[in-house]
Design a binder for this molecule. Structure first.
Ligand code: ADP
Ligand code: ZN
Ligand code: ZN
Length: 743
């Protein structure tokens, strides 16, 4: 006999209170997680429908008092069934309870007043708008008005929220333009009467040959029922977004819906506008600033097919579209696609599963695909499409590698090398724009020699030691520790220290060197306020500054046609981040950052300052040679048994009590050792301190297990869960992090 958990009303709140039922033998084969079943319910045994969320062999309650499931609801699969199946997939593959998995896939129910959709509409003739533009252009105080009127003159109508949040125009500016009679704000009901669709600026882009070949092939594979995911590797600016738009358009014409996943940071005005231009009010945008009620509203619209396209970050994947046809994953290599809290699901893998359940397809794109995805493409699990040229014919930027060791040896201790300085001055003279990119996140924590560039390495592992605030250097892989060094172990130089400057210091230096240039700085400090990102990016795109200095935030999103020079101040930093993906991250950053240069008609130039000019990730990043990078990287991962050549499971344990944490990890570790002794084919690394050893007063440790067999890892996961459950007090949180291979 088997037992099922059944929930009768699909909502977040009810997930915690399932009802247990017996599964009659004749239904055992047919019932699975997600099945919609008929059950007798309540005192009067009313017949109602419910969904099976879990199946087990042992009952939780006294079986004598359990009722039986009566039957399965006939007919096609509901959205709910699909979502529950998806939750079951997440539970099995990422180590989670069904409850938590269900809460991820099911929407929070919140009643809210319907959101009024407002639009900003041009209310004057083109000529009047042009006149206003001439006026605003001259006055520094009217840059925001200039920006909006320019857009509205071109588009005629724009969604209010996009203008406010993405174009970063304040409501008071909009009001004041309303008063001047140049624009008016209309609510949604008036949309079609306010302005006919014909008057909206037409969408004019036609796919070029390379784009069309890819789109046609993906489409004909779909129609021929080859539903394997597609991976588009296309250089920055090659027009991947246009391919997405084209495919979505075809899907909509077939009555299907689309989900577009983007890393949140890339959701700029320009991107949203392109989708809006093409699809108008058929799209809806989800972002992290929506309240739960607003978000629920958007999802309801999707369920009712009031919209056909949802654009948003990770969570947009769980939009309840009835006939989902396509899931786009833009910038598929981005780290934000992985959920950081348990269950640590990867959106890419969940998307592939969801598409499979819905009979749809997944199309992902990147200039620098993740090693995982490219590996799958090489194995034929994904179909690969390559776009090697920029859509507008602009050529890829020329990159030069600048050796900071030589710079140092010749007496220049500035953050800016002489070569980069020369090029910056040249650009400022020509009134072109410059972006300076630094990677501050990893800045403070690794220690390297300023003379020879060698980072201080762990003697037992191929990673750099991390500097901790207690003044010690620690290896995050094996736990090795030593005091901070005062001379370079490799050349004896005394110029050693945690790596240089943050964005602020760079800005100071830039202002000193180029007092006449206007600078903008973009980092976590300057983007704290709401819309901070957009404010800075829009201002820079509008040429309100000459030099933009920033962290990785600046490498995404906007097109800056006047940027002809990108300086990467210290390319090494992400190389020594202490994870096996370090080289991959470095290559991605360099390629993406370089891709910012020369988007307009002039060819861009890139200067990569580095202490490791011969490193393969830096060389391949400079030449934008993905294949060369991949080949080298993959051979390294095979050699060391890292994903995707092997499966890897990270067991992350956290507790406020350090001693308790140590004991728990030792017990888990001993148990795994035992399993390995008994013949399990796996390698264990750790336990050691997590890369960030304490977060919010929780101490964190990690154990890694590598194995050729995925099942061995799930077995270890299950045993670890059992062991953790048996530990007193349960004051340890354990999460599992799987990286799968595909053999
Ligand atoms: P990617 O997504 O690969 O970075 P985009 O789709 O953003 O590239 O395209 C880069 C630029 O080229 C955009 O400004 C886009 O409007 C333009 N573009 C793309 N495809 C075409 C095309 N077929 N014809 C004209 N312009 C295009
Ligand atoms: Zn080590
Ligand atoms: Zn040295």
């Amino acid at each position: 006999m088997k037992y099922a958990d059944v929930i009768v009303d699909i909502s977040h709140e009810n997930v915690d209170r399932p009802f247990e039922y017996m599964i009659p033998e004749e239904l055992e084969q047919e019932i699975c997680c997600g099945s919609q079943v008929i059950i007798p319910f309540g005192k009067g045994n009313r017949r109602i429908n419910g969904f099976v969320t879990d199946i087990r062999k042992e009952p939780l309650y006294d079986p004598a008092r359990l009722k039986q499931i009566e039957g399965i609801v006939p007919g096609s699969k509901t959205i709910e069934s699909r979502m529950i199946e998806l939750a079951s997939f997440i539970r099995t593959n990422y180590g989670s309870t069904m409850n938590r998995a269900l809460k991820i896939v099911l929407p929070v129910k919140k009643n809210s007043a319907p959101v009024v959709e407002r639009y900003i509409v041009a209310s004057e003739e083109d000529q009047k708008l042009e006149d206003a533009l001439l006026r605003y252009e001259k006055d520094k105080r009217t840059v925001a008005k200039y920006r909006l009127v320019k857009e509205i003159a071109r588009e005629k109508i724009l969604p209010y929220e996009i203008v406010r949040d993405k174009l970063n125009i304040s409501p008071s500016t909009i009001k004041s333009l309303e008063k001047e009679g140049l624009v008016r704000v209309d609510v949604r009901e008036n949309l079609r009467s306010a302005i006919s669709v014909k008057e909206k600026a037409p969408y004019t882009i036609r796919l070029n040959a390379a784009q069309k070949a890819a789109a046609d092939s993906i489409w004909s594979r779909y129609e021929g029922n080859d539903l394997r995911p597609s991976l588009i590797r296309g250089v920055t600016g090659s027009g991947k977004t246009e391919i997405y738009i084209d495919l979505i358009d075809r899907m909509i014409q077939k009555g299907k819906q689309a989900i577009v996943l983007i890393p949140e940071i890339a959701l700029t005005y320009q991107t949203v506008l392109r989708f809006y231009k093409k699809f108008g009010d058929r799209i809806s945008v989800i972002h992290s600033r929506l309240t739960p009620a607003q978000k629920h509203d958007q999802l309801e619209k999707a369920r009712r097919k009031d919209v056909d396209i949802i654009i948003g970050p990770r969570s947009a994947l769980f939009t309840p579209f009835p006939d989902l046809g396509i899931i786009i994953i833009d910038e598929e290599h981005e780290g934000t696609y992985k959920n950081e809290t348990a269950p640590c699901y990867h959106s890419r893998e969940v998307a592939v599963k969801l598409a499979e359940l819905s009979g749809g397809i997944v199309v992902m794109g990147s200039a620098t695909p993740s090693v995982e995805s490219y590996y799958k493409a090489q194995k034929g699990l994904y179909e690969l499409y390559c776009l090697n040229e920029r859509a507008k014919g602009a050529s890829l930027p020329l990159a030069e590698i600048l050796d900071l060791r030589k710079e140092m040896a010749s007496g220049n201790r500035s953050i800016i090398s002489r070569r980069l300085d020369e090029l910056i001055r040249d650009r400022l003279r020509k009134r072109e724009q410059v972006m300076l990119f630094i990677n501050r996140r990893a800045y403070q924590s690794f220690v390297s020699c300023r003379s020879c560039g060698t980072p201080v390495q762990c003697p037992h592992c191929d990673v750099s030691l991390k500097y901790h605030n207690n003044g010690r250097l620690i290896c995050h892989y094996c736990g090795y520790e030593q005091p901070m060094v005062s001379v370079c172990p490799s050349c004896g130089s005394r110029y050693i220290g945690t790596f240089g400057a943050g964005t602020q210091k760079v800005e100071e230096e830039v202002k000193n060197l180029y007092p006449d240039a206007v600078t903008l700085r973009m980092d976590t400090d300057t983007t704290k306020e709401k819309g901070g990102h957009e404010k800075i990016l829009s201002a820079f795109a509008n040429h309100e500054a000459d030099i933009l200095i920033g962290t990785q935030m600046i490498v995404k999103g906007h097109d800056f046609p006047d940027v002809t020079l990108v300086g990467i101040l210290a390319a090494d930093i992400s190389l020594y981040s202490g994870t096996y993906q370090a080289a991959e991250k470095t290559f991605q950053l360099l390629t993406q950052a370089s891709g910012r240069a020369g988007r307009g008609t002039r060819t861009g130039q890139v200067v990569i300052q580095t202490y490791s000019p011969d490193n393969y990730a830096i060389r391949a990043g400079a030449s934008q040679d993905y294949q060369a990078f991949y080949d080298y990287e993959m051979s390294y991962r095979k050699l060391l048994g890292y994903p995707p050549s092997m499966n890897m499971l990270g067991i992350h344990a956290a507790s406020e009590d350090m001693a308790l944490l140590d004991r728990a990890c030792d017990r888990i570790s001993a148990m795994i050792d035992q399993m390995i002794e008994k013949g399990l084919d796996a390698v264990k690394i750790g336990p050691s301190a997590a890369p960030i050893a304490r977060i919010q007063d929780q101490y964190r440790k990690v154990i890694y297990i590598k194995s050729g067999q995925y099942e061995d890892l799930t077995l270890i996961k299950d045993r670890t869960e059992e062991l953790a459950d048996s530990m007193p007090g349960r004051k340890i949180q354990i999460t599992f992090d799987f990286s799968l291979n595909v053999n």
